[in-house]
Design a protein around this ligand. Structure first.
Ligand SMILES: [Zn+2]
Length: 553
């Protein structure tokens, strides 16, 4: 038997037990080459990158500002020095992302509630705030208000707030979030404002109102109002329109408790009971005996921005046309409402830290004597803070063929306040990427834990989700709560940071980061992407997976 006969027999028997069976075996992570790459990321480099990007001189890196330009130029220069190829447009590292900025004009916008003959004018900023309309500079809507619980219709999960209520022509009021009984990632998906708006629009609703349960840790009124005052962005397509065009939802209000009390004054079920049912994942929906008018006046302005993209060409002729994408957003909130006299939202953790770690991952990949078999794309998007816009734009208009995107890994404030001992891999439950993260964690002796904070709905809150929505399996690795110290409670540290620092000017470079934990994050993300880039078979959605079924085709 000659070699050719043997290999054709092997090929035939492999074909019999499925395509790429041999190729599916994970690559060894116990090689000198991998060990050398793991030694590349350094705490001092991560610290240096964070200090540059979070410096006051870059003014919080908001899209359309000199600070954003300065931050992306720094990222480009670092990538160029590593010898990574430009993968934006026209041979540059940049992919232009045309944005439309919209800000509500509070003085002329209004929310009015009528009950019988009584008319209540609510006060902007105290009782409510409005989301700007990116398609219409002055738009009004009047309708009866229907309360629809979380505003969730999830037949596959046996849950429907809309059962038995017709909301056509009405304004729907919903509680933020989604039923706690849902699995973590499904809960996150159904908590998304855009998913709720699409469901409401599908049922003929013309307006939206949202309010939070008293125990929802994600929202504080003053922080939300301050944030909203800075306006929002959407990206524009080639014809200069927001994706999807003008929404059938003609007004979108966020309500403070005072406004909710006004709506529920004569409700058939009192508000306390409504919150109790929501907390116990009981579907609910009923008409409120009120009519509301929402008038939204928005200022529009064009804001050119850009993603930064680099690429390392793979070494395998057969696989180099496929791309593993790493993503870490460069933008942050810029300047805004001062806190303790400081108006610069530096975003050191959110997300200078993720960019810094990704630059070290890029350095580890460029240090390999031979690149991995697949190509690796390093994407630094704009406008994540306004709804994952830069990554959404890239996923919709990739600078490499869309079908070549095999997996995405997101780095976004991985949590650098204690050593990294256990990781929470958002997305791992849904695809074969669980094997890659499992191998990476084993190599570093890290434990893998379940989502400790499902109420934070993290699965939809970073750039990996832009890829999930296009059917590309993706991961978002965060630190678990183990600190390695009996006197430091990881859950408490996390909750306190989200309460006191997150999205405030206090997110600065000097807040006691554990830069060694940053190195471990770089290593575990490097290894995960390395496994995916080396393995013969591309990642697959799990059979019957919720997100694979929804988006994976
Ligand atoms: Zn953020």
């Amino acid at each position: 038997m000659n070699r050719r006969t043997l290999s054709s027999i092997v090929a035939a028997s492999l074909a019999a037990c499925g395509p790429d069976a041999l190729d599916r075996a994970p690559p060894s992570l116990e090689t000198p080459e991998v060990a050398a790459a793991l030694a590349i990321p350094e705490p001092t480099s991560i610290e240096r990158h964070i200090r540059v990007l979070a410096d006051d001189s870059l003014g919080g890196r908001a899209p359309g500002t000199a600070g954003f330009e300065g931050a992306t130029r720094y990222v480009e220069e670092t990538l160029r020095a590593l010898g990574l190829a430009p993968a934006g447009v026209d041979g540059t590292y940049r992919q232009p992302v045309p944005l439309l900025g919209s800000t509500v004009v509070a003085a002329t916008s209004a929310l009015t509630v009528r009950r019988g003959g009584a008319v209540t004018e609510l006060v902007y900023g105290e009782d409510f705030w409005l989301s700007p309309d990116p398609s219409r500079e002055d738009v009004s809507v009047t309708g009866l208000v229907a309360f629809v619980g979380y505003g969730v219709s999830a037949p596959a999960l046996g849950y429907d707030d809309y059962a038995g209520i017709d909301v056509s022509g009405k304004i729907v009021a919903t509680i933020s979030g989604a039923p706690p009984a849902f699995p973590s990632d499904e809960r996150a998906y159904y908590s998304s404002g855009s998913v709720k708006a699409a469901e409401a629009a599908r049922r003929g609703a013309v307006g939206l109102m949202v309010f939070s349960a008293p125990d929802d840790p994600r929202f504080r009124w003053e922080v939300s109002v301050a944030r909203a005052a800075g306006g929002s962005f959407t990206w524009l397509d080639a014809s200069g329109q927001p994706p999807g065009g003008a929404s059938p939802i003609r007004g979108s209000a966020s309500l403070n408790r005072s406004a909710v009390d006004a709506l529920f004054a004569d409700a058939p079920i009192p508000l306390d009971e409504v919150f109790r049912r929501a907390a116990s994942s009981t579907p609910q929906g009923f008409d409120l005996a009120v009519e509301a008018t929402v008038r939204t006046v928005s200022d529009h302005r064009r804001v050119p921005s850009h993603n930064v993209v680099a690429r390392l060409e793979g070494s395998d002729e057969r696989l180099r046309g496929e791309n593993v994408v790493y993503v870490a957003h460069v933008d942050h909130l810029g300047t805004g409402v001062p806190v303790d006299g400081d108006s610069i939202y530096n975003g050191a953790h959110d997300n200078a830290s993720g960019v810094a770690i990704l630059l070290e991952i890029a350095r580890a990949f460029s240090s390999l004597a031979m690149p991995p078999r697949r190509s690796v794309v390093f994407l630094f998007p704009t406008a994540e803070e306004w709804g994952l816009l830069g990554s959404d734009y890239f996923a919709e208009n990739p600078t490499v063929p869309a079908s070549s995107l095999v997996a995405a890994l997101s780095l976004d404030m991985p949590f650098l306040f204690h050593p990294l001992l256990d990781i929470v891999p958002y997305g791992a439950d849904h695809s074969s990427l669980s094997d890659a993260i499992g191998a990476a964690a084993r190599r570093l002796a890290l434990d893998i834990g379940p989502d400790p904070i499902p109420e934070q709905v993290l699965f939809i809150r970073s750039d990996h989700f832009s890829f999930i929505r296009r059917g590309v399996p993706a991961l978002f690795l965060k630190s678990g709560f183990r600190t390695g110290s009996s006197t430091r409670d990881g859950a408490e540290i996390n909750a306190a940071w989200r309460r006191d620092v997150y999205h405030t000017p206090r997110d600065e470079a000097d807040q006691g980061f554990d830069f060694v934990a940053g190195v471990t994050h770089a290593q575990v993300n490097f290894l995960t992407g390395y496994v995916v880039a080396m393995q013969g078979a591309r990642p697959r959605w799990n059979r019957g997976d919720f997100f694979g079924g929804l988006f994976g085709g």
